[in-house]
Design a protein around this ligand. Sequence first.
Ligand code: FMN
Length: 195
Amino acid sequence: MKENLSGKNIGFAITASYCTFKSILEPLKALVEYGANVFPIMSENASSIDSRFQKAEEYKETIRSITGNDIIDTIKDAEPIGPNAPFDILVVAPCTGNTIAKLAHGITDTSVTMACKAHIRNNRPLLIAISTNDALSGNAANIGKLLNTANYYFVPFSQDNALKKPRSLVAHMDLIPESIEKALEGVQLQPIICK
Ligand SMILES: Cc1cc2nc3c(=O)[nH]c(=O)nc-3n(C[C@H](O)[C@H](O)[C@H](O)COP(=O)(O)O)c2cc1C
């Protein structure tokens, strides 16, 4: 796997599922270790809101120090991803229900949805790592739509607490590097539904 990711340019977009923020740090470090160039993007809500899980500025500093790159967090700065086509693949991890709904309906009003629209224009893979309590309710149709859309791939996911949150799904963030590798080959990593 290391060899396949070496030298790849990976856009890594983080949306505002704050409880999942920590779980993407190890996969991010792994991508850098494998020799990928990782370019962070954050939605405006991810970039600006201090949640009970962490302070935005502290988290952003961690992301900058892992990737060695500054963070794109405005629509203006995300737009050139279209004409410049800088990424071999764009990852959205974690991906909120809000962003999934927008992607499924062609809404482009955040830095991350702008990045996705710009990247998809170039006919390259977009990998989604869902993390949302409404995955099997309000967003089920949207996830289904994206599962059946060209160039969309999913990091395998499962119910994170089937008894207390029966509508919730969370991606297995540790599978991000492997999912990227497969998506770059045009293949969805399986099984997509994990235990
Ligand atoms: C503390 C906290 C935790 C949240 N966790 C999640 C989550 O895990 N998944 C999700 O879809 N939305 C979650 N939200 C709601 C999103 O932050 C909200 O829908 C926001 O508009 C998403 O913006 P974005 O998709 O542009 O990043 C959370 C909000 C707060 C305040």
